[in-house]
Design a protein. Structure first.
Length: 357
């Protein structure tokens, strides 16, 4: 395990060095997504001292794009509707870490934006290493193969987007909560496993709104558990449908708990800005008692919506993503080609487990 941690830390060193070089040698792209940074840099530059300048020289590449918004929210709270696209747990943690650790020591010496950059980088370093360890444990439990588990962790660490794992982004913390929840829900043996897994997924939703899809892991585990206990011999279609209906009923309370951070935060954001000069409103297909402005915010400020990304100007991005898309298609094709053998192995494992119990 120690060697694995050393390898994970080594993989972090390359993007860290690369961002330092690129950030100081290549001019920043003035994207609209970083309008807060452009707006505030002119007023902050006079407040920076040599300590700020040194830290920014080394790590300012980790404070770009969405990181600008997380830094601003951590420092000043939610003061613009477009920030409702960012869940609150991560910037809240940044604020608390700065308040309790750095601010008492460096509060009079280092600007708050620089302090948040430092605590964000350190938090994501710890979260990334922890997530790699959790992925190793999860892979070992699912694959029952140490070599494949190590390969899984290495592929996770050296992926092309690994720089986001070190930046002031939510990816590392989200992965940490997600892997822990999956580990708890991977054949849980007691109530504590269900509770810890549900809480982990709930925290993941409080970090990123797309954590809602983690409910699928809960549904899969419940369905597998019902099939495992109901199957006696050949698995018939009506048994699968019946077990699916049971799993659907069982998943409802878990779903309510897991998605609660999303609804609570959106309700808070709606009430925060509804009477302001920004005049945001809940989506038209929702009643006023269920205010969720998330989709309106994404569409209005971030141009996010169904097929909105498919434009001619995005062709270079599609080409850039083509190798990964091809790999995914080939993996799906291979899985479908081996479906019969996988299905047979699945039934055999169910029967063996049932007879063993």
């Amino acid at each position: 395990m120690r060697n694995l941690i050393y390898a994970v830390l080594l993989t972090l060193s390359f993007p860290s060095i690369l961002q330092c070089i690129a950030n100081n040698c290549i001019p920043d792209h003035a994207a609209d997504a970083t309008f807060l940074q452009i707006k505030t840099n002119s007023s902050l530059i006079d407040e920076y001292n040599w300590i700020d300048s040194t830290i920014l020289f080394l790590f300012d590449g980790f404070q770009k794009w969405d990181a600008v918004h997380y830094t601003h929210i951590a420092a000043h709270g939610y003061d613009h509707p477009r920030q409702l696209a960012f869940q609150p747990l991560f910037p809240w943690l940044l604020r608390q870490l700065d308040w309790w650790i750095l601010s008492p020591v460096l509060g009079n010496w280092v600007h708050i934006y620089t302090r948040i950059l430092v605590v964000g980088t350190m938090l994501n370093l710890v979260a990334f290493v922890t997530s790699a360890i959790l992925l190793y444990k999860l892979s070992s439990k699912v694959l029952h193969n140490q070599i494949l588990s190590i390969v899984s962790v290495m592929m996770y660490c050296i992926n092309p987007a690994s720089v986001f794992m070190s930046s002031v982004y939510t990816e590392s913390l989200f992965a940490c909560c997600s892997f822990f929840g999956m580990l708890c829900w991977q054949y849980p043996t007691n109530l504590l496993g269900y509770v810890l897994g549900t809480v982990a997924f709930m925290l993941a939703v409080a970090i990123r709104s797309n954590g809602i899809v983690l409910i699928g892991f809960v549904g899969y585990t419940l369905l597998l558990y019902r099939i495992k206990n109901a199957s006696s011999g050949r698995l018939w279609l009506f048994e699968i449908v019946y077990c699916g209906c049971q799993a659907t009923l069982l998943i409802i309370p878990f779903t309510v708990v897991i998605i609660s951070p999303f609804y609570v935060f959106q309700s808070y954001g709606f009430r925060l800005f509804a009477n302001s000069t920004y005049q945001i409103k809940a989506s038209s297909w929702y009643h006023i008692n269920l205010p969720i402005p998330y989709w309106d915010i994404q569409r209005k400020y971030w141009n996010v919506g169904f097929l909105r990304h498919y434009q001619l100007k995005q062709i270079p991005n599609f080409i850039l993503a083509a190798p990964m898309a091809v790999l995914c298609v080939l993996a799906i094709q291979g899985y479908l080609c081996h479906w019969k053998s996988i299905y047979s192995s699945f039934l055999n494992s169910l029967h063996q487990s049932k007879y063993a119990s």
